[in-house]
Write a protein that binds this ligand. Structure first.
Ligand SMILES: C[S@@+](CC[C@H](N)C(=O)[O-])C[C@H]1O[C@@H](n2cnc3c(N)ncnc32)[C@H](O)[C@@H]1O
Length: 305
């Protein structure tokens, strides 16, 4: 949905990477490790990340041995990954992981690739969660938000939900890798279900956070760049992109404790609409905050007294 995605979609159509030609003859005449990177039409950093994945070597090793001939199998694997990247596949799916808030999360096409923008929501949550509080992450996907909260704040109890079984399975895998104890003890719970359906009537949270789908169904960006490869259910939300935000706001009041917060990520042009939805339901102190790039991206509010 950003400019880089759009630019990449254009360049993917223009360029075809022919690194496979370089490995002709089953390895005879294979380029050096560094030449593979330099001749690849991808941004240098992306090429290095893919070469790491293709070779199983760390970046430092690849740079230190840059002038040596590349292993033919790795060069072939690199060519294939580079072409898929040029065709638009998110790099996180190609290498199977993405860093979020300083931790490495497994990523598959079952989930949205965690975005740095969402760290704004996490920063708000960490700053506003009371000691020994309860937090709920609706639509957890890879588990990026919930697991980061559980890791950063061992005093919090965290519930994470998603309608997608495949997403929840990946969130479980990430939790087993990043905070196994929280999962074992039930301090972190993963629940399947549609928005509020897996929350019992009497459950209250000090903090409810969500990065729900918020792109309009007919937004042309859904047919461009990386977004083409991500689950539509994680991206699109009705004719105006607000269906998921409406459902969450409509059901939130009974589940946010007095003095607690509801914090929602949304598109940079949706702040006013989200504040209006909150106001219509009687939420107070609704305010929209900017992400690190200066775009209004999260709106937070407190329940009426
Ligand atoms: C934009 S993704 C966010 C994923 C993750 N929280 C993140 O920030 O990277 C939205 C998530 O909401 C889930 N979702 C979509 N509709 C849902 C619904 N009706 N109930 C529960 N989860 C839903 C999707 O499966 C997806 O994992």
């Amino acid at each position: 949905m950003n400019g880089a995605d759009r630019d990449r979609a254009g360049s993917a159509r223009r360029s075809q990477f022919d690194a496979t030609d370089r490995t002709r003859g089953g390895g005879v005449g294979v380029d050096s490790w560094e030449r593979l990177v330099l001749d690849c039409p991808l941004p240098r950093l992306e090429a290095r990340v893919l070469l790491e994945a293709a070779s199983g070597r760390r970046r430092e090793w690849l740079i230190a041995h840059g002038e040596e001939p590349a292993n033919a199998a790795a060069a072939q694997a690199f060519a294939s990954l580079a072409q898929r990247r040029l065709d638009g596949e998110p790099i996180a799916y190609l290498v199977g992981a993405r860093e979020f808030a300083g931790r490495r999360f497994a990523a598959t096409p079952a989930v949205l690739v965690p975005r740095p923008d969402t760290e704004t929501l996490v920063a708000f949550a960490l700053a506003h969660a009371p000691a020994h509080g309860r937090a709920l992450d609706l639509g957890t996907g890879s588990g990026a938000i919930a697991i980061t909260l559980a890791c950063e704040r061992e005093d919090l109890r965290v519930v994470a939900t998603d309608r997608s079984d495949a997403a929840l399975a990946l969130a479980r895998r990430n939790a087993e890798a990043l905070c196994p104890r929280a999962l074992e003890t039930g301090r972190l719970q993963l629940r399947p279900g549609d928005w509020w359906s897996c929350i019992t009537d009497d459950e209250r949270f000090d903090l409810v956070v969500s990065n729900p789908p918020y792109v309009a169904d007919d937004d042309p960006h859904l047919r461009e760049g990386d977004l083409r490869f991500e689950p539509r259910d994680a991206l699109a939300a009705g004719v105006d992109g607000l269906d998921a935000l409406r459902s969450i706001i409509d059901g939130a009041a009974p589940h946010v404790a007095a003095g607690g917060w509801l914090a929602l990520e949304h598109g940079h042009e949706q702040g006013e609409a989200v504040r209006a939805l909150l106001a219509a339901r009687g939420w107070r102190e609704a305010a929209t905050h900017r992400d690190d790039a200066g775009r209004p991206r999260i709106t937070c509010a407190r329940p009426f007294l």
